[in-house]
Structure formats: structure tokens, C-alpha cells
Design a protein around this ligand. Structure first.
Ligand code: ZN
Length: 73
């Protein structure tokens, strides 16, 4: 089983990018916030470095970001 196939087929996945680690991964929407928090906690002492792919974040912003509290600036 690869990581990319663990997501439920019915659930949209969201790309997360971390510039510091130079990594990109896709996670189910429902796990988005946890995945980002976990990565940043473990890798970056809680600094918010990993984030939703900025390109997609724009598209998502209106739809779900408010719900998930991604952009609470
Ligand atoms: Zn990172």
C-alpha cells in the first residue's frame, strides 16, 4: 500500500507542500489540518512551515478554508 492510496476514494485529497523539507504529500481533506500540524510539530518545532499548496489554497479558500480554520490571520 502506498501512502497515496490510503485515502478513501470518495474523499478529496489536498496537496501539502513544505518548502523547508522540499516535500509534497497528499492527504484526505478531513486529515488536512492534523497532517499539517503534525508535520510542523515534529519537523519544525510548531512553526507553520508546511501548508496547503498555495495554488490550490486559493481555490479552496472560499470553499473550505474557513471551515478548517486554515487562514486565521
Ligand atoms: Zn517540513
Amino acid at each position: 500500500m502506498t501512502e497515496e492510496e490510503t485515502a478513501d476514494a470518495d474523499e478529496p485529497t489536498v496537496p501539502i507542500v513544505c518548502e523547508a523539507c522540499d516535500t509534497t504529500s497528499r492527504v484526505p481533506l478531513s486529515e488536512l489540518r492534523d497532517s499539517i500540524d503534525t508535520h510542523n510539530d515534529h519537523r519544525h518545532d510548531g512553526d507553520e512551515i508546511a501548508q496547503v499548496d498555495p495554488i490550490l489554497a486559493d481555490a479552496l479558500a472560499d470553499a473550505v478554508a474557513d471551515d478548517l480554520g486554515l487562514f486565521e490571520e
